[in-house]
Design a protein around this ligand. Structure first.
Ligand code: AMP
Ligand code: MG
Length: 331
């Protein structure tokens, strides 16, 4: 088969990504532009404006870095969901325009599927159970009978959102995860906080509210609060991941998403994998957080399996679930 080149656009939240991938598995470019809000958390419309303003530059930079010309592009892929509507629409509009201008097919990619596919490509894991933890998603998923099935997920906010919101209340820098990790490494007292696992699902909003309440009480050091928040959240994630691993008996355990940068969570995942004789793997951080390379690579997998998204069917779906997507390349 000829070598196919795909340009992928990622714009589900605060990152705008433009990546270029080839069908032999090489990532030719991976340009990411992050929107940092002046105040508060992500403002969807401001993030979308940022993406619209940056996409032209990001495209030129990605083409330059990849050493290809626009005529070399065989497919345009974009993140079709899940994510924030205004942000998704900006990426989709750019992708549609490029597809029409270059006269090449368009492929809509599920963002969560892309996180798993780039993980498989870069770590060599073949059929992993995946814990995907980020600012917007918390998902335990594995392939079974044509789709990535959901074994556990958050019922409310994502774990990264929980860390970020607490950090903001504690006046720590944005995004909160790295700052919470730094303070946690100096904490030692485990404060009792809500630990909410319901069946195979998780809830982080009560944990977030309670930790903010303890912060405002002034009773504890910031170090102990960060330590306790991390220990509680990661134990919850570990419990659900371990049960899914025991149930599915997968031989590999993959950790991905922005929160995968966390050393404590990595050690939790490493221990669980070892307990169950599974091989742990960690996606390199440049491709674990939201990026265009993962969209480009998944676009190639889909394209090579006959998947096309005609422009008139290319509406974004901000709630597109991973288990609604057929993944014929895994069959
Ligand atoms: P993403 O949504 O994949 O772009 O990742 C962003 C999320 O990852 C934010 O919620 C960050 O706070 C979180 N994050 C980044 N680094 C760390 C870290 N070292 N520990 C915990 N969370 C982190
Ligand atoms: Mg992000």
């Amino acid at each position: 088969m000829d070598r196919i080149i795909c340009l992928g656009i990622e714009s589900t939240a605060d990152n705008l990504g433009v990546g270029v991938a080839a069908s032999d598995g090489t990532i030719l470019a991976n340009v990411v532009r992050v929107h940092v809000p002046d105040t508060g958390g992500i403002h969807p419309r401001e993030a979308a404006q940022h993406h619209a303003a940056e996409v032209g530059n990001a495209l030129s930079e990605a083409l330059k870095a990849s050493g290809i010309k626009s005529e070399d592009i065989d497919v345009i892929a974009f993140s079709q969901g899940p994510g924030l509507g205004p942000c998704l629409r900006t990426g989709a509009t750019s992708a549609r325009a490029l597809s029409a201008y270059l006269n090449v097919p368009l492929v809509g990619v599920n963002h969560c599927v892309a996180h798993i596919e780039i993980g498989r490509l870069l770590t060599g894991a073949e059929d992993p159970l995946t814990l995907y933890v980020s600012g917007g998603n918390t998902l335990v998923s594995g392939y079974e009978a044509g789709r990535y099935r959901v074994f556990g997920e958050t019922l409310d906010i994502a774990v990264g959102n929980c860390l970020d919101t607490f950090a903001r209340e504690a006046k720590l820098p944005y995004p909160g995860g790295p700052a919470v990790e730094k303070h946690a490494s100096m904490g030692e007292r485990l404060i009792q906080l809500p630990y909410t696992v319901k069946g195979m699902d998780l809830s982080f909003s009560g944990l977030m509210t309670a930790t903010i309440g303890e912060l405002k009480s002034g009773r504890w050091s910031l170090e102990d609060l960060c330590f306790s928040l991390q220990e509680t959240a990661y134990a919850m994630l570990g419990e659900v991941t371990e049960r899914a691993l025991a149930h599915t008996r997968k031989g590999e355990l993959l950790l991905t998403g922005g929160v995968a940068a966390n050393k404590r969570l990595r050690s939790v995942i490493q221990n669980i994998a070892e307990e169950h004789g599974a091989v742990p793997s960690f996606v390199p951080i440049s491709c674990a957080t939201d990026n265009g390379a993962m969209i480009a690579w998944t676009g190639i997998l889909a394209y090579n399996n006959g998947i096309r998204t005609p422009i008139e069917e290319s509406f974004i779906d901000s709630r597109w679930r991973i288990d609604e997507v057929e993944v014929p390349w895994r069959a």
